[in-house]
Design a protein around this ligand. Sequence first.
Ligand code: SAM
Length: 197
Amino acid sequence: MPAPEPAGLFRLDELAHTAVSRAVRALPDGISPVLLDATAGNGYDTLFLAGLVSQGFLYAFDVQEIALEATRTRLQALQQPHPDVRLILDSHAHLAQHLSGPVHAALFNLGFLPGSDKSVVTGRASTLAALNALAPLMARGGLISAHLYTGHAGGLDEACAVLDWAAALPRSVWHVLHTVQLNKPGNPEHLLLMARR
Ligand SMILES: C[S@@+](CC[C@H](N)C(=O)[O-])C[C@H]1O[C@@H](n2cnc3c(N)ncnc32)[C@H](O)[C@@H]1O
């Protein structure tokens, strides 16, 4: 008999979506939401964000045209009214050149594009640059989710840097939660949820 699938809360991507969804649904009426997918990749997260709201703006970054093309294709599934989606071929390190705040929700699904060139990967310097640029743009009540992978070259270094960055956020301004696959030896995934008070 096959092992039962773990409940969605044990998948960190689903946990991230649940948290972002709750943050967005809690926005006061009349707000035009600004959402960010910092790593568009295959477009799953961008499509999820686009389905959350019927207006506003959604910015999705990636450094690979192939990723933005996959995201563009995936977005064709959108039927209902949705935000104005801007697909941006640039590093998220430069996000402040493309958008201004306030930002209401942001997803960082770090690492490499599954099924593609593993040498094109997020890294400590650009991820920290993006987080530093984004933090002052976050709306009160806004949420940043960062899904960190440690199994690929540079992943642990990036994860440690982002965890240190999050741990240093002032508690008077930010709630920070850290979830980790505690019993996955060697290369556990981490999820950081950072909510602006
Ligand atoms: C794990 S994938 C993202 C998965 C995606 N969110 C999805 O739903 O399919 C990571 C992506 O980050 C992109 N990436 C790498 N460095 C980047 C950077 N500095 N800025 C933006 N995207 C970057 C990669 O090209 C890759 O497509």
